[in-house]
Design a protein around this ligand. Structure first.
Ligand code: NAD
Length: 456
């Protein structure tokens, strides 16, 4: 069945229908109307999947997708148009162009943590660029994935875009097909499986992965604002965010003061009993609950630390000074647990950050802008913020993606269109003049060439 879907998409792509920009635009507009119509059902599905608060669903899922779609529809003609670039004098006379060409048939594999937005944002770009798409949403958010499938089926013929639901087996079968592009969002481990599957056919890939994201607070930081912005960025979606601060590195002289403001901010956001808060999401499933609960064993949870397996709840938790070989410092946490480690000098920071692979994001809280910029330049990571967390994700003019183990490639806004487009370079040579210098026989021409190269 999967093979038949892929073959039908390949046949459809060959007809050239998706190269028609008006056709792409027409379907994207229909998708836009349908997504607006379905907004309440989407936020309900997200709530049913893991008690995602409606406010968070709007700012981190539906609004982002609708804005992206609106922008894409507005700019698609401009983005898709061949761009004239300045020609090289060596080729005189010529006019040079960049053509944006769809790759062909694309596979998009999405994770569960922002199951709507992380499936649709790449899909919109892939369609805008003229690819056919098979989307495999996560099996861990069955309500959202079923709704996605329903919406896509309403709008697109399956030979253009289709959703294939399923878990690891389905994903493996999909990866066994020959694709023109694979866009994967998920864990580092599965990212490597995707890269291996793509290698035999040299299929181009984007890998949007995770990592252990440091958040540095120096003694010049505005602590109250830092605490507010860290609490928001860490506990939105109950910490199940790829760019959430994973651990805090704080100047030892301000740690005590920071804990006080941190506790105030957690209470102010989620009350003294976050389990009752309608604004705090729950853990996706028992497997992840157990993985996270194990991180709390034998640790000094100075804030939170409560768990309830019945409703997959883990409270916003701060762990004081875990050792670097503890479970919580082993790998990406991906839950509402925030370890805090104090430092005395920049060497301490350096030795901790360099223990881990290049993270997806890094945050610095400091009012010393020289120091903040220095730290940003010192480490390799996907993207980040000075004096805030997570919000770099929201600017469509900034490419979003990792580096090294946290990913390959980037997207958002026009970058998504470009990700799904091959840039074909074309030189249109004029016939009215043909400079003889480059042609053999070369005898007597080298001197001329060298002086020309000096002049260029
Ligand atoms: P995951 O890697 O377990 O699953 C992602 C997708 O891959 C799912 O659709 C799943 O069905 C499929 N999959 C799982 N195992 C597979 C296998 N063995 N072979 C083929 N396909 C397989 O990730 P997840 O748990 O859904 O998401 C959490 C991870 O994703 C975290 O590491 C997080 O940092 C990362 N993430 C990254 C971004 C980003 O934009 N960089 C965004 C969200 C999540």
């Amino acid at each position: 069945m999967i093979e038949a879907i892929v073959n039908s998409q390949k046949e459809f792509f060959k007809t050239g229908k998706t190269k028609n920009i008006d056709y792409r635009k027409q379907l994207l507009k229909q998708l836009q109307s349908e997504l607006i119509k379905q907004e309440n059902n989407i936020t309900k599905a997200l709530y049913d999947d893991f008690k995602k608060p409606e406010f968070e669903s709007v700012i981190s899922e539906t609004a982002i997708v609708l804005q992206d779609l609106k922008r894409t529809i507005k700019h698609i003609d401009k983005w898709a148009k061949p761009k004239r670039v300045f020609p090289s004098l060596l080729n005189f006379p010529s006019s040079d162009y960049l053509y944006s060409e769809p790759y062909g048939t694309a596979l998009i594999i999405a994770p569960w943590n922002y199951p709507y937005q992380l499936a649709l944002a790449p899909l919109i770009g892939a369609v805008a660029a003229g690819n056919t798409v098979v989307l495999k949403p996560s099996e861990l958010t069955p309500n959202t994935s079923a709704l996605l499938s329903k919406i896509i089926t309403t709008i697109f013929p399956p030979k253009f875009v289709t959703v294939v639901e399923g878990g690891v087996d389905t994903s493996t079968q999909l990866l066994n097909q020959v694709w023109d592009y694979i866009f994967f969002t998920g864990s580092v481990g599965v990212g490597k499986i995707v890269a291996k599957a793509a290698a035999p056919n040299l299929t181009p890939i984007t890998l949007e992965l995770g990592g252990k994201n440091p958040c540095i607070i120096d003694k010049t930081a505005n602590l109250k604002l830092a605490a507010k912005r860290i609490v928001w960025g860490k506990f939105i979606n109950a910490g199940q965010t790829c760019i959430a601060p994973d651990y805090i590195l704080i100047d030892s002289t301000i740690k005590k003061k920071f804990y006080k403001v941190l506790e105030d901010e957690i209470i102010s956001a989620y009350s003294k009993n976050p389990q009752q808060s309608a604004d705090f999401a729950h853990i996706i499933n028992e497997k992840n609950f157990n993985r996270l609960a194990e991180m709390l064993v034998d640790e000094n949870c100075i804030i939170g630390g409560e768990t309830n397996i019945e409703n997959l709840y883990i409270s916003p938790t701060i762990i004081d000074e875990p050792t670097l070989d503890s479970k919580v410092m082993e790998d990406e946490i991906f839950g509402p647990i925030l370890p805090v480690i104090s430092f005395k000098n920049l060497d301490d920071i350096d030795s901790i950050i360099r223990r881990y692979s290049k993270p997806l994001s890094l945050y610095v809280f400091s009012t010393n802008s020289v120091q903040a910029k220095q730290l940003i330049k010192q480490y390799s990571f996907g993207g980040g913020c000075i004096n805030d967390t997570v919000i770099h994700f929201a600017n469509h003019r900034l490419p979003f993606g990792g580096v090294g183990n946290s990913g390959i490639g980037a997207y958002h806004g026009k970058y998504t269109f470009d990700t799904f487009s091959h840039k074909k370079a074309i030189v249109k040579k004029g016939n009215w003049l043909d400079i003889p210098l480059r042609y053999a026989p070369y005898k007597g021409k080298l001197k001329q060439l060298k002086s020309l190269l000096k002049w260029l």
